[in-house]
Design a protein. Structure first.
Length: 246
């Protein structure tokens, strides 16, 4: 009986030491991965990297991690318009089947899914903000974007008719969709009227409708879906063979 107690104590101690070693190893790996990702994507600060699953050491010996979560607070994505960029906020990605090299210099995920947000203020930079003539004596421009409810964007358009600015911006409910794998498209459901003046649809849509191209998201992930929300446009992302480093 005494020998059994001693054996149990030894097992518990060894188990505790293994857990401690495993947690130290995973913390080291998370920090190394975050540093590599920061360098690869030229981020201003280290992203959050969380390696899921236990034990980590057996996964590491196999050279593949089952589940890795990555959080990037702000990411400035190219837009295809010269040096212009658009800020993607709170990018959260879940990576499955992450294969990595022994020194963590390269890592690739078999699949990835995630979410992110583009603020309305950021998306507004894409809209026509300068007064533009849409009919004889009528100029208009977009002055604000906000949540229109039911997954729609409310586009606020300021207009001047025959030299007189309308007392209130005209509101337009618009749908927001993903076109291809890298473009957010905003399109008015019903065109507004500007002081009763007849305007051509194509000229009005030059103001109300716009799109934003988003290139080179981290690791080559792509846009999947998009929906208007309270604080901005929420986007879903996905990818396969996503390069995290190297």
């Amino acid at each position: 009986m005494r020998a059994l107690r001693i054996l149990l104590i030894v097992v518990v101690i060894l188990g505790g030491l293994f857990v401690a070693a495993d947690r130290l190893a995973v913390n080291f790996a998370e920090d190394e991965a975050a540093g590599k990702l920061q360098t690869t994507e030229n981020l201003a600060s280290k992203p959050d990297v969380s390696i899921k699953g236990f034990p980590f050491l057996t996964q590491a010996l196999g050279g593949e991690l089952d589940d890795v979560e990555i959080g990037i607070k702000d990411y400035d994505a190219p837009t295809g318009e010269g040096s212009e960029k658009i800020r993607i906020g709170d990018l959260q990605a879940n990576m499955k089947g992450v294969e990595f090299s022994g020194d963590y210099s390269s890592a690739t995920a078999a699949t990835a899914t995630g979410t992110a947000t583009i603020s309305y203020a950021e998306l507004l930079k894409t809209a026509q903000s300068e007064p533009t003539q849409i009919a004889p004596g009528v100029t208009a421009n977009v002055v604000g974007l906000s949540d229109g409810g039911n997954g729609k964007i409310k586009v606020s358009v300021e207009a001047t008719v025959l030299g007189t600015k309308l007392p209130e911006p005209v509101s337009v409910l618009s749908t927001v969709t993903v076109e291809g794998d890298n473009t957010v498209k905003v399109r008015a459901e019903k065109l507004p009227s500007f002081g009763g003046v007849r305007t051509a649809e194509n000229q009005v849509r030059e103001i109300t409708d716009f799109e934003q191209q988003i290139d080179d998201l981290p690791g080559g992930i792509q846009l999947d879906r998009v929906e208007a929300a309270q604080d901005g446009v929420e986007i879903g992302v996905k990818g396969s063979n996503v390069r995290l480093a190297g």
